[in-house]
Design a protein around this ligand. Sequence first.
Ligand code: PLP
Length: 429
Amino acid sequence: MDYRFDLDFARSQDAHDPLARFRDAFHFPTFTGGPCYYFTGNSLGLQPRKAKDYLNEELDDWARWGVEGHTKARRPWLRYHEYFAEGMAALTGADPTEVVAMNGLTVNLHLLMATFYRPQGRRTKILCEGKAFPSDQYALHSQLRWHGLDPAEHLVEVQPDPESGLIDEEELIGLIDEHRDELALVMIGGVNYYSGQWFAMERITDAGKRAGAMVGWDLAHAVGNVPLHLHKWNVDFAAWCSYKYLNAGPGAVSGVFIHRQHHDTSDLPRLEGWWGHDKDSRFAMPDRFKPIPSAEAWQLSNAPVFSMAPLLASLELFAEAGGISALRKKSLLLTGYLHFVMESLSRESGQNLKILGPKEPEKRGCQLSLVVPERGRKVFEALSAKGVVADWREPAVIRLAPVPLYNSFEDVYRFGEILAKILKDEAEK
Ligand SMILES: Cc1ncc(COP(=O)(O)O)c(C=O)c1O
């Protein structure tokens, strides 16, 4: 694509964008008091306009039916989690029986590790990426301590290059090989939250499995962002949240994937609750747990309907848009444009802007992480004052994620126009 940094170019791209109409399906924040250039779908996705309808329907059904809503609501609550299975399966390359919406992300990582992290004999170690999202680090450290193991000895971390922020996949795979007799688990964030690096998930999964370890992924920054084929890649388990690219609202429900090969294995332990029990006999209140033969067996509690309802609106939009492959097509162009704009500004302003993370589009999702030497925080604040909603991650990164469902090429152009002015003003000070 021959990009140009001008408004006509951006508008003509929008005019030919088959997904442009989906922008109107979302609420853009009004707090900026003027135009809002929203680039934080990697932190909290925008609200689908229909989210309120879905939520109100549940409130109305609760008012009308009380407890009877469990069976008589428009979407009976007894089965509420089932309404997400197809949409989440489509986004993750799973069979609907392999996914379930439940709990929060970190809770699910712990539940899944209760099953899939079983240190035994020499096989005790966990391999993860260095500088993983803090909650993942806390979860991994505390899992090790829970098993009486010292993280300093049993956690193998692959550190990113301090300059590029990238993790070298050859080094990562080399470490898996080096520790192949001691690894119990490989658990990595599919797309890194800081650099935006999208790991070669199939290759890493394969290397971990060949080493005899279980392989799990935290897909918080991957789901709804990049195409995934979890079943085909033979991933053991994965978990994600739905408040980022899945636009289901603050703190919204998490999703998990558990490969079919593990659904009826009795040798793997599982922390259990009544919602994982066989649906036909659940209300006979039997003493013995009989697992549902699917990922649903990992559910503990009945579904929190109100915090799940907005996800229905969002999954519907993903399906209408043609799924993740159609979105990825636009995403490559849109993030490519943002990359081009940042590089142009770096050249023209003579200020060595740095883009962390992969240069190759196929190794990243939609997010780019911009480093402005020395004055990063100031530039970030100046961008915010002009209606650019990006986010700042310590120590030095402005993260921007143009989301193909609702961002436009004009959004990216406007960001560039605003940044160019800020850099010029700074240079003249
Ligand atoms: C990669 C990653 N892992 C874990 C979390 C924690 O999520 P939660 O608060 O839903 O447990 C986040 C939150 O942003 C995240 O980005």
